[in-house]
Design a binder for this molecule. Structure first.
Ligand code: PEP
Length: 297
């Protein structure tokens, strides 16, 4: 099979779910099947994008003892890092204690909000380079609470992305529409407006994840239907393709966020193109391990 042919097959297979890919290759012995998947990946497609599971703890929990209890519950959950990357975003106050408690579990730690400026006279800000120096590996940028409650503008998200990348941090970049915007048929327009200025700046697509989070679903218990999540994420991926090409669109991981939990993960995760979750409330419970377990299957 020539490179062109394998790339063609690969890009076709890249749209397959794990189960579909396994079904396509079912007659091939296990060892050879793994080699075929590797070859497909090398050809620029095939296989499944590694899932990403983020836990956004916001300004919780109240005590360091609770942080310790949660960390203890999570470190006991075995998971396969080739199938799912797991990252917890605690408050800045709990960053280092949590990092130590997670030890070598493979669960990473990220900052919920990094500074759009660097080092210097910027009271109250956490510069990306300082976070990276402490071994923090992720930054969450563009969360709707930062945009709505703290006036984070699209230009701010651009500056933060540049700083995070320069410091070597991986980025979970959130976008999403309000209820009014969804009801007004503006969902795709809003996502495009939030993403357009940053897509052209991404320096490493393996370190940039889009978290599609409909604002009306965050913290409300009103989860998007699997159909709504799948459709909007497909539209975001089509936009990435239009702006950055098919290879990037095949590669970029897009999560769903908004009242997801161990109880509703199955319906959402079985949909095409949903590469993981950004989780708020449900990540503050020991049962969050159910989501890690689900994605590592
Ligand atoms: C979030 O804050 O990113 C989030 C998705 O919260 P929740 O899961 O509580 O809706």
């Amino acid at each position: 099979m020539g490179t062109g042919a394998s790339a063609g097959v690969a890009s076709g297979l890249s749209a397959c779910s794990d189960a579909e890919l396994q079904a396509c290759l079912k007659d091939i012995p296990r060892e050879q099947r793994d080699k075929v998947v590797e070859a497909l990946k090398a050809a620029g497609g095939g296989g499944k994008r590694t899932a990403v599971l983020g836990a956004n703890w916001k300004s919780n929990p109240k005590t360091s003892a609770e942080v310790k209890d949660l960390a203890a519950a999570f470190v006991n959950q075995k998971f396969d890092r080739s199938k799912v990357e797991v990252v917890i975003f605690p408050t800045g106050v709990h960053l280092m204690a949590l990092k130590q408690q997670l030890g070598d579990s493979g669960i990473e730690v990220g900052v919920q909000n990094i500074s759009k400026t660097g080092m210097g006279a910027f009271t109250g800000e956490i510069p990306a380079a300082m976070a990276a120096d402490l071994g923090v590996t992720w930054a969450l940028i563009g969360h709707s609470e930062r945009r709505a409650l703290y006036g984070e503008t699209i230009d701010d998200t651009v500056a933060k992305l540049k700083n995070a990348q320069e410091a070597g941090l991986k980025v979970m970049f959130a976008c999403g529409e309000s209820l009014e915007e969804r009801e007004g048929g503006k969902t795709d327009e809003v996502n495009k407006a939030q993403l357009e200025p940053v897509l052209g700046l991404v320096s490493d697509w393996s370190k940039f994840v889009i978290a599609y989070e409909p604002v009306w679903a965050i913290g409300t218990g009103k989860v998007a239907t699997p159909e709504q999540a799948e459709e909007t994420i497909a539209n975001i991926r089509a936009f990435v393709k239009e702006k950055c090409g098919g290879d990037v669109a095949d590669k970029v991981r897009i999560q769903y966020g908004g009242s997801s939990s161990p109880d509703n993960i199955e319906g959402l995760a079985s949909r095409n193109g949903i590469d993981g979750f950004l989780v708020g409330g449900a990540s503050l419970k020991p049962t969050f391990t159910g989501m890690i377990e689900y994605l590592t299957r």
